[in-house]
Ligand binder design. Structure first.
Ligand code: ZN
Ligand code: ZN
Ligand code: ZN
Length: 504
């Protein structure tokens, strides 16, 4: 799945997208202009100086000379030397700096208490640089030598969002052409020092702070509201390439933060940003406050899930019911409008898929190969499942001794325990039956009694393919099928959530 990356996103877009975070637009644009006007006053720092500053800052972030602005300028200067537009080109240039990569991974996997981590960020954000030589101070603090507009944001303290994101992307770029479980070949020609060896040439080189401590170290960074999802993406990339690392994350138990709570928190933050969106905001794949966190967090969950760990599936079903399910229901609602589901179809698919995993219907999930067709198949399965039975009132308390739930007489599909459940479902707040009932009825009538009977019967003779052919022949709008299927799927999720809440 193609993911938006800092390498490809347009800086102007990036600046714009920060504005969704509630930052003041005019103030921010004034800063950008101020930076532009100062262009040319100070001499840009050399690449050598930039590399020095970067490595020493990351190796010793509590050092007396560290300063986030200076660090930011250095990363900006480094960035200038790496060609953009094309991951392969960027990767090849980055490979020339194995030591910088080692410093980055070490920086991101440093285990410490969260108080120490916060103190470190504080220390970095405080500039104690000597101001004696204004020429030197200026070139290390003026935002102008760095062409990139993102760098202008440094003065707003946004450096973590962009610089940290860029550094994480550097590692991801290098790892992008690695084979699962394999490392880079060591150079054995005479004179090759350890520092010059390619990164990563072994497990110790990939995670120099060790498996367990790296999970704790990453966890600190991933917790950051604004830049954590960039690190989450890196963590997922490493877990996919080296499943042993993924297992280490999952082994921390059902509530372990990095595996589930952190990605969920990023999903929630993104939804919140979406809800607060200004009028002029049109969703785009490159939105740093919505699209990127959503896509990175979902992708991370998928990466751990497809790591083949049954433990993670268990984590999703137990912990997921409580914390992932509510955000999935919310996310599906946000991504449902046609223009959104078209733009974010991978994300939309993932949310649907994860919900079916949490709803504990592994048979539905088994077909998952991540295409839109599979999603249509899921909607078909929802129709079939609904007809088979079970109460579809989202606020239904499980009752014992119920053999056959009666159907709604109007749509002839959705079943309820009794009149009480039917009444509650009709006027449910999020998913009222009164809105979907006429749509189900219309779908049933358009398909005709013959096809409808076969669609909802569990007979293996009438398959999803037959259903699709029938829809095509009868010119049925797939949007209608989607709306009905998705609604039923959400009813299930909503009921699971409700039952989970009352039992805890
Ligand atoms: Zn400084
Ligand atoms: Zn009905
Ligand atoms: Zn019921």
């Amino acid at each position: 799945m193609a993911l938006p990356s800092l390498f490809s996103s347009d800086p102007e877009d990036f600046v714009q997208s920060f504005l969704q975070g509630g930052r003041d637009k005019s103030e921010l644009l004034a800063k950008v202009d101020e930076g532009k006007n100062r262009a040319g006053i100070y001499k840009p720092i050399s690449l050598e100086t930039a590399l020095d500053i970067m490595v020493s800052t990351m190796e010793n972030p509590m050092g007396p000379e560290t300063c986030s602005l200076k660090f930011n300028i250095a990363v900006g200067r480094f960035r200038q030397s790496i060609p953009e537009g094309g991951a392969t080109k960027a990767r090849r240039s980055l490979e020339a700096y194995p030591d910088v990569m080692r410093a980055i991974i070490s920086f991101f996997t440093r285990k410490q208490s969260s108080a120490d981590h916060a103190a470190m960020l504080d220390h970095l954000a405080t500039c104690c640089c000597p101001r004696g030589d204004l020429e030197v101070f200026g070139s290390m603090h003026s935002t102008t030598p760095c062409v990139d507009k993102r760098i202008f944001l440094a003065e707003k303290g946004v450096f973590l969002d962009s610089t940290i994101g860029y550094l994480a992307d550097c590692l991801i770029a290098i790892l992008s052409n690695m084979t699962q479980g394999k490392f880079r070949q060591l150079k054995n020609h005479a004179g090759a020092t350890r520092r010059q060896q390619p990164w990563p040439h072994g497990m110790d080189d990939l995670l120099p702070n060790g498996l367990a401590d790296s999970v704790d170290g990453f966890n600190l960074w991933v917790g950051d509201k604004n830049s954590g999802h960039f690190i989450l993406r890196l963590v997922g990339t490493i877990a996919q390439l080296y499943p042993i690392f993924g297992l280490e994350i999952v082994s921390r138990g059902p509530d372990y933060v990095l595996g589930l709570q952190r990605p969920v928190q990023h999903l929630i933050n993104a939804m919140d940003a979406y809800d607060r969106r200004p009028e002029w905001w049109i969703p785009k794949k490159t939105d740093a406050r919505f699209a990127i966190p959503v896509s990175y967090a979902l992708n991370f969950i998928r990466q751990l899930y497809t790591g083949g760990s049954s433990q993670y599936t268990k984590m999703m079903v137990t912990g997921g019911k409580r914390i992932l399910l509510p955000v999935l229901l919310r996310g599906i609602a946000v991504l449902s409008p046609p223009y959104m589901s078209f733009l974010f179809r991978d994300e939309f698919f993932h949310m649907n898929f994860l919900m079916s995993v949490i709803n504990n219907r592994p048979n539905d999930g088994a077909f998952c190969t991540e295409t839109l067709t599979d999603l249509e198949k899921q909607w078909f399965m929802e129709l079939r499942n609904a007809h088979q039975g079970g109460c579809y009132n989202p606020t239904c308390v499980p009752k014992s001794g119920l053999v056959h739930a009666p159907k709604c007489s109007s749509c002839d599909l959705i079943r309820y325990c009794d009149a009480k459940c039917q009444k509650e479902a009709w006027r449910n707040q999020q998913l009222p039956h009164r809105t979907i009932c006429p749509k189900i009825k219309s779908l049933r009538e358009r398909l005709g009694p013959y096809i409808w009977a076969r669609t909802v019967s569990p007979s293996p003779e009438f398959t999803y393919r037959d259903f699709m052919n029938a829809c095509k022949k009868k010119k049925i709008d797939m949007e209608l099928v989607k709306e009905v299927g998705l609604h039923i799927s959400c009813l299930q999720g909503s009921q699971t959530l409700f039952r989970n809440q009352i039992s805890s």
